[in-house]
Design a binder for this molecule. Sequence first.
Ligand code: ATP
Length: 433
Amino acid sequence: PLPATQIHQMLQQQWGDALLQRLHVIGRIAANLGTPAYLVGGCVRDFLQNHPVPDIDLAIEGDVRAVAEACSAELSGVQCTYHAHFGTAILQYPDGFQLDLARCRIEHYPAPAALPEVQPAAIQTDLIRRDFTINAMAISLDPEKFGDFLDPYGGRADLQRRLLRVLHPHSFLDDPTRILRGLRFAVRFQLQLEANTRGLLEEALTQDIFARLSGARLWRELKYLLELSDLPAALEELGAWQLWPLLRPTPLEVESLLAKIRRGQQEIRWLHCHFPDEKLCDTAVLLTILWRDIPWAEAEKRLHYWPVADGRYILNDLHRLSKIPAALAAASHPSAVAQLWESLSLPGILALLAEYPESATITESGRYYLLKQRGLTSPLNGKDLQAMGLAPGPQLGTVLRRLHDARLDGAIKDKETARQWLIRQGILPSTQP
Ligand code: ATP
């Protein structure tokens, strides 16, 4: 076991005197109210691995609000925000430092994958509601036993052996998001599934457990996974955990997929370099690459449940993408080429560029479209045309589209050249002033 004195020393070395002092003060204030405080969860895990100061979570054995308000009253400049619904509080220090406080609680799951019912509890019970042993450790901030290390489930030993272990057999069924959380921890900290936990995972997967989760909760976890800096490891692990079906119906060969994803990331960087203000949904590029070869209905089914920004553009792109290369090769005018690119959303364009790095036709026309043609409009608008004597109606729309094409083809560049072009086309009489 780790003695309190050693924890104290390690905290001082890793987190520094100023932060340690803040923790001492909170520990004292909480103890005075008869509601002890503990460091808990991910920050203890990260501390034991000597990772940089993480987000710090405190568990309070009792009324969180009273502790947060007492801290705010006693400590000058410290703001407290209390969230009654969650029984949590945030302490905001003047230098931007933040502490998250939550009440120790026990959770009861009325049905698999349902949201839990919650009741106040002691720290030992609070720890058992957590996802993995490595996240179920605490450090006391109580003045009497500051630095006491609580590790009832062997989280420290599991960290040292690099094992990911759930705390009880029902864990994944209670909350399937733990499976994706676990996958992330496995990738971030290079952990293996402990044998029994692997068995529980396999059992949970036979029960179609993710179908009971709301799409929003599932998507949030998948998005975290896709955003991991070590995406190659995340995708490898996704296969090892047999979780490809969450993302797509069939597994993909990771190496070639990764090559495409890397090219997609290069395209994203290229775009940001040329258009620093452009808003782009990176995830849409990734999903388009991931879903290029799957039946459209499979993508639609997923996007129906996941709140992906720009989801409908992804579906539109998936419909069109396969026809675009041949159509580009056949297009004769710059305006025809531009129209093909225009039929895609920006993420769809980047996904296509990432898919065909060898094709000069696609690369060159795509870049030309993005740099020179996108956003070009007709120099004359509907009002201008009406002022020139054209009647309102559908034919006005046709003229505007032709003007737009003429601009893309380089036949016109401003109002005057557009007017002359309209005369040459017989759309305006040559007597126009
Ligand atoms: P990080 O923030 O570095 O990704 P973390 O462990 O701090 O890791 P949080 O999502 O902030 O992650 O969760 C804080 C703690 O709350 C976890 O360490 C874990 O003890 C507990 N926890 C979070 N989500 C769950 C869950 N779905 N089931 C059980 N316990 C959970």
